[in-house]
Design a protein around this ligand. Structure first.
Ligand SMILES: *[C@@H]1O[C@H](CO)[C@@H](O)[C@H](O)[C@H]1NC(C)=O
Ligand SMILES: *[C@@H]1O[C@H](CO)[C@@H](O)[C@H](O)[C@H]1NC(C)=O
Ligand SMILES: *[C@@H]1O[C@H](CO)[C@@H](O)[C@H](O)[C@H]1NC(C)=O
Ligand SMILES: *[C@@H]1O[C@H](CO)[C@@H](O)[C@H](O)[C@H]1NC(C)=O
Length: 482
């Protein structure tokens, strides 16, 4: 009896001490709207996303930044962008702007905890010097592009404003990569992800960061995906929906590879958008108000879900707990058995909420605090205070249909009071500004905003650097000019 007990205890000890760390696959969609997934909108054909979301946990209060670079900064560092100088706009192609080098990135942190870390897709966190690029910021390998958008097939990036600044933006590690010329990026990235999964040494936990180009502009998709939406007459919406379905197929291929390799049995899959949908470019955020690049919920409340075959104590429900993009970093660290030792980090671990179905660890956050203009939004419990202009697309844009082109949703030139107050729990679609009714609540929220503002850092300059021109680098957007 004693011997059996001892053997049993020893077994338990070894099982616990050597329980394998879970693999983490973090998939980011670009510019995917709240209403652009099949599990919310029957117009969308996304069987893979729907299956994973329904078998996992749909995140119903998962906030992101209004734009690409700022959200990626959150995912990678756990810091709000108004603490890293990335709060204003994105990182322009020829701007010497980057995620500050002193920050320890999530792949760096996970590598310390024994992980292999790979990245496939869009970086958009600066590349003026090699030290700001993925393989010098923690990733064992990288295939993707550095800027914010480009042609899906040629992988050429042309700066809009500056004539002549056009170049290939595609690298495998640090080498310009031309073999994907002509291949749609959703296929290139899915194939690369499958290759990484297939070749993965299973003695190590895997962190795979997969920020797709899909479904950012330009509106481009192979015909077979566009043809899935023959019923949609608006051409931009038809192509956009096709792009979403190509992304869905890519996710399906990746999950198949994870199953095939046997990684699914101990894995957390996260799917999130980087910001709300650009309704002025055929995305849709209904019933939410506003669009990408606004402080409204339509710009900042992200589509997202988590899925795991084995790790989640509770599945198949809508999680309404408040979380923010900065929370993924400390959540992954806890999942990996590590500890977040940075007292300044804005993120908090949501392990208990996501894995156990427990309460959220957060009751407030900063939507953003701009530097270029007096505009900001903060949340405290149910309440949201907005200062200044929330942005340029302030309505509830309907699903695009024939005759309604993007121009209809152009800047709507509304004027707003200096401060607005919404109760997001009672009024998630932001129809009722309460600022005139509850001035004492506005004052309370203004104090909280002032308190947040104390720690803001100046925005980094987005000024163009002529030496960035790819003509100096053999026609390839390359580091070396800061
Ligand atoms: C990328 O770089 C890593 C680290 O140097 C290396 O292990 C890997 O093989 C490289 N991948 C390719 C495809 O060159
Ligand atoms: C891509 O392929 C086309 C057609 O073969 C060729 O004209 C073009 O130069 C290639 N682009 C790059 C960046 O290599
Ligand atoms: C998914 O895999 C199938 C079968 O290999 C392939 O035909 C398809 O192009 C892949 N889709 C994507 C988006 O990579
Ligand atoms: C989920 O979010 C939507 C959009 O904000 C909202 O309308 C809905 O009430 C939320 N669901 C729950 C259960 O809170």
């Amino acid at each position: 009896m004693n011997l059996l007990t001892t053997v049993f205890l020893v077994l338990i000890f070894f099982t616990c001490a050597y329980a394998e760390k879970p693999h983490i696959v973090f998939i980011v969609a670009d510019d995917l709207g709240w209403n652009d997934v099949g599990f919310r909108n029957p117009q969308m054909i996304t069987p893979n996303l729907d299956r994973l979301a329904k078998a996992g946990v749909i995140l119903n209060s998962s906030y992101v930044q209004p734009l690409c670079s700022p959200s990626r900064n959150c995912f990678m560092s756990g810091y709000f962008p108004y603490h890293t100088g990335l709060q204003d706009g994105v990182i322009d192609d020829d701007a010497a702007k980057y995620m500050p080098a002193n920050l320890i990135t999530i792949p760096q942190k996970l590598k310390q905890l024994g992980y292999a870390a790979h990245m496939v897709g869009k970086w958009h966190l600066g590349f003026c010097n090699w030290k700001y690029t993925p393989t010098e910021r923690g990733f064992d390998s990288y295939l993707g592009f550095y800027t914010g958008s480009e042609d899906y097939f040629t992988h050429l990036r042309k700066m809009k404003e500056v004539k002549g600044e056009v170049g290939l933006d595609f690298h495998l590690n640090k080498t310009a990569y031309r073999d994907a010329n002509g291949t749609y990026s959703a296929n290139v990235f899915a194939n690369r992800a499958v290759e990484i999964i297939t070749n993965h040494d299973k003695s190590k936990p895997l962190y795979l960061y997969l920020p797709f180009q899909s479904v950012h502009t330009p509106h481009q998709v192979p015909a077979k995906y566009e043809n899935m939406y023959k019923n949609i007459e608006n051409i931009k919406r038809r192509i956009y929906c096709g792009m979403v379905s190509a992304l869905d197929e890519a996710v399906g291929n990746i999950t198949k590879a994870l199953e095939g390799k046997g990684l699914m049995d101990n894995l957390l899959l996260v799917f999130t958008t980087d910001n709300g949908g650009p309704t002025f470019l055929a995305a849709n955020n209904l019933p939410l108000r506003g669009a990408k690049n606004t402080l409204w919920e339509g710009g900042t409340k992200g589509t997202g879900f988590i899925y795991s075959k084995t790790l989640l104590k509770k599945t198949g429900y809508l999680n309404t707990g408040m979380m923010h993009a900065v929370d993924w970093y400390p959540t992954f660290v806890e999942l990996a058995g590590g500890e977040n030792t940075d007292p300044n980090m804005d993120g908090v671990s949501q392990y208990d909420m996501l894995i156990n179905g427990g309460p959220t660890k957060r009751n407030e956050f900063v939507y953003n605090i701009y530097d270029e203009r007096e505009a900001a939004a903060v949340r405290y419990g149910d309440l949201k205070l907005m200062q200044g202009s929330p942005g340029d697309h302030n309505g509830w844009a309907p699903l695009p249909h024939v005759g309604i082109d993007e121009d209809v949703y152009e800047a709507d030139n509304q004027t707003f009071p200096p401060f607005m107050l919404y109760n997001i729990t009672a009024d998630p679609t932001e129809h009722f500004d309460l600022s005139a009714t509850y001035p004492e609540l506005v004052d309370m929220m203004k104090k909280r905003l002032e308190n947040w503002k104390k720690s803001r850092v100046p925005a980094q300059s987005n000024a163009g650097v002529p030496a960035a021109n790819p003509e100096y680098y053999g026609g390839v957007w390359s580091p070396g000019w800061c």
